[in-house]
Design a protein around this ligand. Structure first.
Ligand SMILES: [Zn+2]
Length: 126
């Protein structure tokens, strides 16, 4: 979506959501969970995704890392430093097997695998 298509109130709403997210991420016990999605096979991981969700399942931010952009270990280092920078107290959950790449049937954007709400609540309640 092009930014010029957004109305002023929509831009303001996105801005407020983003600022709320960044502020929540810095808290001692943030209501935000970081989730790592890994794609490929055990022999060859080709990409991974870092997403930030809350206990209601809302995704605030997704970051993609691909081996065509940089070596895998460098991507992992960059991912971890971004997580540390955004919210050092955020718990990182790992979807522990390589995932198939699935696309949204309407816009063909690749789909993120969130942590189920009951699991997210359990992790965040610790
Ligand atoms: Zn879509």
């Amino acid at each position: 979506m092009n930014h010029s298509e957004l109305r002023v109130d929509e831009i303001r709403a996105y801005k407020q959501e983003w600022e709320g997210f960044v502020n929540e991420a810095k808290q001692t016990r943030p209501n935000i969970l970081a989730v790592l999605n890994v794609y490929g096979t055990y022999e060859q991981i080709h990409s991974f995704r870092l997403l930030f969700q809350n206990s209601e399942g809302h995704i605030f931010l997704e970051r993609l890392y691909h081996i065509l952009d940089e070596p895998l270990d460098k991507g992992v280092d960059r991912c971890m430093s971004e997580l540390e920078w955004l919210g050092p107290n955020i718990t990182l959950a790992l979807v522990d097997a390589p995932l198939p790449v699935e696309y949204c049937p309407c816009c063909e954007k690749s789909l993120a695998n969130k942590v189920n709400l009951d699991v997210a609540e359990k992790i965040l309640a610790r």
